[in-house]
Write a protein that binds this ligand. Structure first.
Ligand code: SF4
Length: 234
């Protein structure tokens, strides 16, 4: 193992250790105290649809959420989600990117239809906790016209419980992603149409408009890619 590889691996392990600490801290967050903060902020959904449309709409979804949407809709994986546009190229012409986004059509979430969410019972956690999220265990708010509205104590408590569940899931998914992540040697941008999406399950490889392998492990990379792969922190 070369020095740079070892440093990258150590960084990755340090980050996983930090996330494990955050995981146990997250489990100690009091739903009642969080609900009290949500009540101070206030929130009432105006059903304006602004969080489901527009260029800023970008919903990160985890693999288990994608499968729940697939089960409810009978849609193929790539009809539910797209890889994000941000990423880097490896020297074999693959574009590498992290995690999935709910597919968009005409600048809106593809599931926003006739002024409502067509997958409401299985909508992602990011949606069922909007406009709130937890960052380092601290309550944060996204832009939303419904903030400041009246929220009943029982609804604030349910929101708090969903937020904690989402936060714990995000940490768990980040740990799993880091544990499975294998770095790659960077290359020139190209137009091969081949994409590797890294997520908590490993690597999903896409070519053209199709998922090549549902989950491709590092073992299925070309031999020379395996030889050159090394790790870094995310
Ligand atoms: S999944 Fe539903 S709630 Fe989430 S952005 Fe799309 S339409 Fe809106």
């Amino acid at each position: 193992m070369e020095r740079g590889d070892r440093a990258g691996r150590n960084d990755q392990e340090d980050r996983i250790s930090e996330l494990r600490v955050a995981f146990f801290a997250a489990k100690r967050i009091s739903p009642a105290k969080l609900a009290a903060q949500i009540q101070v902020d206030g929130f009432s959904c105006l059903q304006c649809g602004e969080c489901c449309s527009g260029q800023d709409n970008s919903v990160v979804v985890f693999p288990f959420e994608i499968r729940a949407i697939q089960a409810a809709t009978d849609l193929d994986w790539l009809d539910v989600v797209s890889p994000p546009e941000e990423g880097e190229w490896d020297k074999y012409g693959y574009f590498h990117t992290l995690e999935w986004r709910v597919k968009k059509e005409n600048d809106s979430c593809r599931f926003y239809q006739n002024g409502r969410c067509s997958i409401y019972p299985v909508r992602p956690m990011l949606c069922n906790t909007y406009p709130f999220y937890l960052d380092n265990g601290i309550l944060q708010r996204s832009e939303c016209r419904g903030l400041g509205g009246k929220i009943e104590p029982d609804e604030a408590l349910r929101m708090a419980e969903r937020l904690i569940k989402r936060y714990i899931t995000e940490i768990r998914e980040s740990i799993a992603l880091l544990e499975r992540y294998r770095d790659f040697e960077r290359g020139e941008a190209g137009k091969s149409g081949r994409i590797v999406v890294h997520d908590s399950e490993g690597e999903h490889r896409i070519t053209g408009n199709k998922v090549m392998d549902e989950i491709a492990s590092i073992a299925s990379l070309p031999a020379e890619a395996k030889a050159s792969s090394h790790s870094r922190s995310l």
